[in-house]
Design a protein. Structure first.
Lengths: 433, 359
């Protein structure tokens, strides 16, 4: 620590000075270390209060709704909350127990109560997810049970519909008796549970999600690659042209960026459809006959073309901002040392653009994975992505648990890729400008 | 004295605003030509007659906000226009107020509303406002000789060449495929209820799978027809009618094999102004208003007495009657969409349809 010969120590001693233990103190006698920590804590607190509104905003509009949505993917208490007696019976009796009189009595009481409370539809909807065709079983039983069911319950309920005796129905009800379930995730990877509760694949004609996940990732990769191939030269041109020309070019890049997404998508339909501009042109030039017009839209090709166009600025802009900072003398030096132009590009220029490329590729890929409106309009049958299924479950079938499970898997996929990217390239290497 | 006067008038003003706020209906509709028919035929006359303000907003499918609002316990909608299937579903889930049919107005000759409405138009939570249908439409200029006459012709690409457009979904298409395969309209749901029937429907769809452009938004089919991209469409009648009527496109509608369905009012549970909502519903479902709405868009009134009251297409002197799905001649080989069936099998068949499409 400071000794008597140290000139700085002398000054400190005058202001607050060293005490007997040799600790530095401020003028009012507090340890310097504590005072410093205190003032920096105050500064930190002030900074925190400044960002607090933003934090709250993000929390309320982003974290909470997403968290709630994700919770829906594993929690659905549609059955357990509205059929309390039967739920209790399932808890008391292990799997494999045949439904006894107590079970039928509980079912009858719950049906009557749920019909009375108008929640029978929620119960039916929940069971219908795992066993299609059973929703009306519940709603019609509810209508009949509104006045109460008379014993013997088993016979009375079976008289309504024979399906009530189906072991599969009881197995599904047992699973639904727990508000937490992994079934939506199983369904999201084309799996289901059979009568014994074992996990099996769904019938082949119903398998779709795994395929769509693969297609979504594959198409997104293809789109990222095409935006790179098209965007790289443009970004290079932008970065190297004199200001006047490059500004003009920049406007051409940004103009579509500012145009409505729907307008751009619809324009592609006008251009690419069979009776569209491009096909008309090809026929007029005599390159193809009138009968052989190309199918370029309402399929995967259409999805790739339209999405590449829409996402192109997200690749060009980060690339451009990184390229502008690259010092041209490096390439000149390489050339003067005997490198061919290809080698100079490959060894000197390209590696320096990697941070921009990484940022652009990640942006384009993540946006593409979640794209929904463009594939819906131009994708036809073969250009559908997983987000279209999520939208369908959100707005058409109103099965939000299923939509949440699919969205969670998509999110997990993106996070894994992000992690892989971090491992391979390093997220610190990312540069947006 | 002057001060008291100011104070009193201020209080009166506050009270009047409070009253006016109390008497308001928040209506959630669909926008577009359909939303316009609501505004012109229901909202404007209602405001004029009762002085109750109607705040109209639009949604892609009003059932989604209704579900979200009621589940979140923050309801701002008083009356929503929803499809029949969604009404059944929301009602069963307890998200809608129960509906009291006694508020509906009788006809001029005293027939009660319940007798006047077509079957199924009044349920526990729902009252129908209009009937729309999925119909076969074709571009007349593409078929100069023989004209398509029914579902079977839609699937006959040899006789009637060209691409088709169909809605991307299982509903309507499976029924249409079965009718094309020779199943009578009254047997369709019986057949579709069996696994073999579903297979049959998909097999029929398979025959034209490569000739179909699937539409998602209702505006697409008339556009595709107009562009010459397709020669036939299976689409909502209102859209095709508008394109033919207002833009003079040579589109013809084949009513044989039409599949019709209803839309109507529901009141979300916990609606802020239930009394005003009732008044609005009673007013807008009166035969005169129903008939008036049909003059703006070719969706038929669900009240039988309203059919005779439908006048000319708005702004023209062409009668609207024969363009409505509920016109007697149009109902000859028509299929009423079976909601119970779809509520039960929607998810299952939709998933199979999506899987079929993706393969």
């Amino acid at each position: 620590m400071a000794n008597a010969l140290d000139p700085h120590a002398a000054i400190v001693t005058k202001a607050g000075g060293l005490d007997r233990q040799g600790t530095l103190r401020t003028a009012d006698g507090r340890p310097l270390k504590a005072a410093l920590a205190r003032s920096s804590r105050r500064a930190r607190r002030r900074a925190f209060f400044l960002v607090l509104p933003l934090l709250l905003f993000v929390l309320i509009t982003f974290v909470l709704p997403i968290g709630q949505m994700l919770q829906r993917s594993v929690k659905n208490d549609g059955f357990s909350a509205n059929m309390p007696q039967l739920t209790a019976w399932f808890h008391d009796n292990p799997r494999g127990t045949q439904p006894d009189d107590a079970a039928w009595a509980a079912l009858a009481a719950d049906l009557a109560a749920a019909a009375q409370a108008r929640t029978i539809g929620v119960v039916g909807t929940r069971i219908n997810y795992d066993m299609p065709g059973t929703r009306s079983l519940f709603t019609s039983a509810g209508r009949k049970a509104r006045g109460g069911i008379d014993p013997p319950y088993r016979q009375a309920i079976l008289d309504m519909d024979e399906t009530w005796g189906d072991p599969k129905l009881w197995s599904v009800m047992r699973m639904a008796a727990s508000p937490y379930t992994a079934n939506f995730y199983l369904a999201a990877v084309d799996r289901t549970r059979d009568d014994q509760g074992q996990i099996t694949a769904v019938p082949e004609q119903q398998q779709i999600y795994v395929k769509l996940f693969m297609r979504t990732f594959w198409l997104s990769l293809a789109i990222t690659a095409t935006t790179f191939l098209l965007g790289f030269p443009v970004a290079h041109l932008l970065a190297t042209l004199p200001m006047r020309q490059s500004n003009l070019l920049m406007i051409l890049v940004l103009l579509p960026f500012w145009t409505s997404l729907l307008v751009r998508t619809t324009s592609w339909i006008v251009l690419l459809q069979q009776q569209g501009v491009v096909n008309d042109m090809l026929v007029w030039l005599g390159l193809i006959g009138n009968g052989q017009r190309l199918q370029m839209i309402f399929n995967q090709t259409g999805t790739i073309i339209a999405m590449t166009h829409i996402l192109l600025p997200f690749m060009i802009l980060p690339l451009y901002s990184v390229m502008r900072t690259i010092n041209p003398s490096y390439v000149r030096a390489a050339r003067s040392l005997g490198a061919t132009s290809w080698t100079a590009f490959r060894r000197i220029y390209f590696p320096q653009t990697l941070p921009g490329l990484g940022a652009g590729a990640l942006l384009v890929f993540i946006l593409a994975v979640g794209y929904y409106i463009t594939p819906a309009l131009v994708g036809g049958a073969s250009g559908q992505l997983i987000s279209n299924m999520i939208a369908m479950h959100m707005t058409q079938t109103l099965n939000w648990s299923m939509a949440a499970a699919l969205a969670a898997l998509l999110l997990a996929g993106v996070l894994i890729l992000y992690w892989v990217y971090d491992r391979l390239v390093g997220i610190d290497n990312l540069k947006l400008g | 004295m002057k001060r008291t006067l100011i104070l009193t008038s201020a209080l009166v003003a506050i009270a009047a605003t409070a009253q006016a706020q109390d008497k308001q209906v928040n209506l959630l509709s669909w926008g577009g030509a359909y939303g316009r028919s609501h505004v012109e035929a229901y909202v404007k006359p209602f405001e004029q007659q009762t002085g109750i303000k109607v705040q109209v907003s639009d949604a892609d499918n009003p059932a989604t906000p209704v579900k979200a609002q009621v589940e979140a316990g923050n309801v701002t909608i008083d009356v929503a226009s929803v499809e029949y299937a969604d009404a059944v579903r929301l009602c069963d889930e307890g998200l809608l107020e129960e509906f009291d049919p006694s508020i509906l107005l009788p006809t001029a000759d005293g027939t009660s509303a319940e007798d006047d409405f077509i079957e199924g138009a009044i349920t526990e939570c729902f009252v129908g406002t209009d009937v729309y249908s999925m119909i076969l439409a074709y571009d007349d200029s593409k078929f100069p000789d023989a004209k398509p006459a029914g579902a079977a012709d839609f699937f006959d690409t040899a006789k009637f060449p060209g691409k088709r457009t169909m809605r991307k979904g299982a509903k309507f298409n499976l029924e249409f495929a079965l009718m094309a395969d020779g199943v009578a309209a009254d047997q369709v749901y019986e057949v579709l209820g069996t696994p073999e029937g579903v297979d049959q429907a998909f097999a029929k769809l398979e025959t034209i799978k490569n000739d179909v452009i699937w539409w998602e938004a209702g505006a697409q089919p008339p556009q595709l027809l107009a562009d010459g991209e397709v020669t036939m469409a299976f689409a909502f009648n209102g859209r095709i009618f508008n394109a033919a009527q207002q833009e003079g496109k040579p589109f013809n509608i084949v009513w044989d094999g039409q599949i019709y369905e209803m839309e109507g009012w529901v009141v979300p549970k916990g609606a802020p102004n239930p009394e005003a909502a009732k008044e609005f519903i009673a007013f807008s479902t009166a035969p005169e208003q129903q008939a008036r709405a049909a003059e703006f868009i070719s969706y038929g009134p669900p009240r039988t007495s309203a059919a005779a009251l439908v006048g000319n297409i708005e702004g023209t002197d062409v009668p609207m009657g024969p363009n409505l799905p509920t016109y007697a001649a149009n109902l000859e080989n028509a299929l009423a969409s079976n909601l119970d069936f779809w509520v039960d099998h929607d998810a299952e068949l939709q998933e199979r349809f999506n899987a079929w499409l993706a393969n």
